[in-house]
Design a binder for this molecule. Structure first.
Ligand SMILES: *Cc1c(COP(=O)(O)O)cnc(C)c1O
Length: 383
C-alpha cells in the first residue's frame, strides 16, 4: 500500500533511546520499565501503571486481578477487537455482548441497563464490563460508573484506541469511573513500543496483583510472602502467573513516544478535521466530532446504495489501505460455536455492514488525504 491505514511514527530520539538501552545492563524488564510506568501514571492522572507485553495480556491480568473465573460473566461491546472478549474466556468465564449505540457506536448504556435488569432477575449479573472507546471517542463513563454502583459490577476500560483522549476534562486512564484502564502500544495505535500494553488503576491491591501476575505470580517482597524469608536469593510463587513482561527496550521507546503524545493527538485531530471538510459533500456519514477524541481511526459509514466491497477493492487497487473496524466479535466462527448467531446485536451488525476506515496516522500528508477523498468520491459518484 502506498498509503497504509495506520503507521507508527519513529524519530531519531526514539531510535537513540532504544540504542541506549542496548548498551546498558538490562534488556528485559529493568529500570526503564519503572520509569515508563511512572510517566504513564502521571500522564493519565492514575495512581499506578503496570506495563506488559500487549493490551491482550493487560486485559487478561486485569480480569484475573478482579477475580473473574468460572461461573462469572464478562460483557463487552460486539464492535471491538476480539481481545476485549477473549480475556473473559481465558479466565474460564462466560462472555456476552451489549449492542452499540447507533450514534456513538460505543456500547449503549441504555441497552446495558435493560440487560442488567433482566440479568438481575435471572441471577446472572456480570462481574466485569469492558467498555471500548471506539476510534478514541470516550464512552459515556459517568453513566456506566453509576450502573456499576447500582448493579455491583467492575469496569475495565479497553482504551487501546484512546491514550491521549479526554473525558470530562480528565485524561482517559484516570480510572475515575472504572477499576482498571488498558492501553495498547501496537504499532498502529497512538503510541508504540513494538508490542506492548499497560493496565492503569488507582487501587494499590489491583496494581500489586497485576504486577505479580505479569511475572509468574512470583514476589521478592518479604512482606508479601507466606512463612519465613530465607535470604537474598529467595522468592515465592504465591499464585499462578505468566511471563507478560515488557522489556526495557520497549519501555525506552514508550517513554520517548509518550513525550510526543500531545503532538500526535493534535496532528490526528487536524487530519480528522481535514477529512471531514474534504468529504462533506460525498454521500457518507462522517464520524461525530468529539472534541475529546484521540482519533485512533477515522471511520465513515457508507450509504445503503454503495457496495462496501467494491469500494474497498477499488481503494486497495489505488494503493490506499482502507480497512473495516470491526466485524462483530460474536459473528466469528469461534463465538458462533459458543452459541451466538446473526441478529443478536442488530445495531452492531448494521454498523459493520457500512463501516469503512480511512488511513489516519501522524505522517499522512494533505496531498495523500486529498487522494483518498478523490478516489472515494470517484467510486461513490458512479452510483
Ligand atoms: C489493538 C487492540 C487490542 C489488542 O492490543 P494488543 O496490544 O495487540 O494486544 C485490544 N482491544 C482493542 C480495542 C484494540 O484495538
Amino acid at each position: 500500500m502506498t498509503i497504509p491505514y495506520g503507521r507508527q511514527n519513529i524519530d531519531e530520539n526514539d531510535i537513540q533511546a532504544v540504542v541506549d538501552v542496548l548498551r546498558s545492563d538490562y534488556l528485559t524488564q529493568g529500570p526503564v520499565v519503572g520509569r515508563f510506568e511512572e510517566a504513564l501514571a502521571r500522564q493519565c492522572q492514575a495512581g499506578y501503571a503496570v506495563a506488559v507485553n500487549s493490551a491482550t495480556s493487560a486485559l487478561h491480568i486485569a480480569c484475573l486481578a478482579l477475580g473473574l473465573g468460572p461461573g462469572d460473566w464478562l460483557w463487552t461491546s460486539p464492535i471491538t477487537f476480539v481481545a476485549s472478549a477473549n480475556c473473559g474466556l481465558y479466565c474460564g468465564a462466560q462472555v456476552d455482548f451489549v449492542d452499540i449505540d447507533p450514534y456513538s457506536f460505543n456500547l449503549c448504556p441504555q441497552t446495558l441497563e435493560r440487560k442488567l435488569v433482566s440479568a438481575e432477575k435471572a441471577g446472572r449479573l456480570p462481574k466485569i464490563i469492558v467498555p471500548v472507546h471506539l476510534c478514541g471517542h470516550p464512552c459515556d463513563m459517568a453513566t456506566l460508573g453509576a450502573l456499576s454502583q447500582r448493579f455491583g459490577f467492575k469496569i475495565i476500560e479497553d482504551a487501546s484506541h484512546a491514550i491521549g483522549a479526554i473525558y470530562q476534562g480528565e485524561p482517559v486512564g484516570s480510572c475515575r469511573y472504572s477499576d482498571i484502564t488498558v492501553f495498547s502500544f501496537h504499532p498502529v495505535k497512538i503510541i508504540t513500543t513494538g508490542e506492548g500494553g499497560a493496565a492503569l488503576t488507582n487501587q494499590a491491591e489491583l496494581a500489586d496483583r497485576m504486577t505479580r501476575l505479569r511475572s509468574h505470580g512470583i514476589t521478592r517482597d518479604p512482606s508479601k510472602m507466606e512463612g519465613a524469608f530465607e535470604g537474598p536469593w529467595y522468592y515465592q510463587q504465591t499464585e499462578l502467573g505468566f511471563n507478560y513482561r515488557m522489556t526495557d527496550l520497549q519501555a525506552a521507546l514508550g517513554l520517548t513516544q509518550l513525550g510526543r503524545l500531545n503532538t500526535f493527538i493534535t496532528r490526528r485531530r487536524f487530519l480528522a478535521h481535514s477529512y471531514s471538510r474534504l468529504l462533506k459533500d460525498i454521500p457518507l456519514t462522517l464520524p461525530l466530532d468529539d472534541p475529546g477524541s484521540s482519533w485512533h481511526i477515522y471511520c465513515v459509514q457508507i450509504h445503503g446504495e454503495d457496495s462496501r466491497r467494491d469500494i474497498v477493492e477499488h481503494m486497495q487497487k489505488c494503493g490506499i489501505g482502507v480497512n473495516v473496524h470491526y466485524i462483530p466479535v460474536y459473528l466469528q466462527p469461534y463465538y458462533r460455536r459458543l452459541g451466538f448467531s446473526p441478529g443478536y446485536c442488530p445495531f452492531a451488525e448494521k454498523y459493520y455492514q457500512r463501516a469503512l476506515t480511512l488511513p489516519l496516522y501522524p505522517g499522512l500528508n494533505e496531498i495523500q488525504q486529498k487522494e483518498v477523498a478523490r478516489q472515494l468520491c470517484n467510486k461513490l459518484k458512479k452510483h
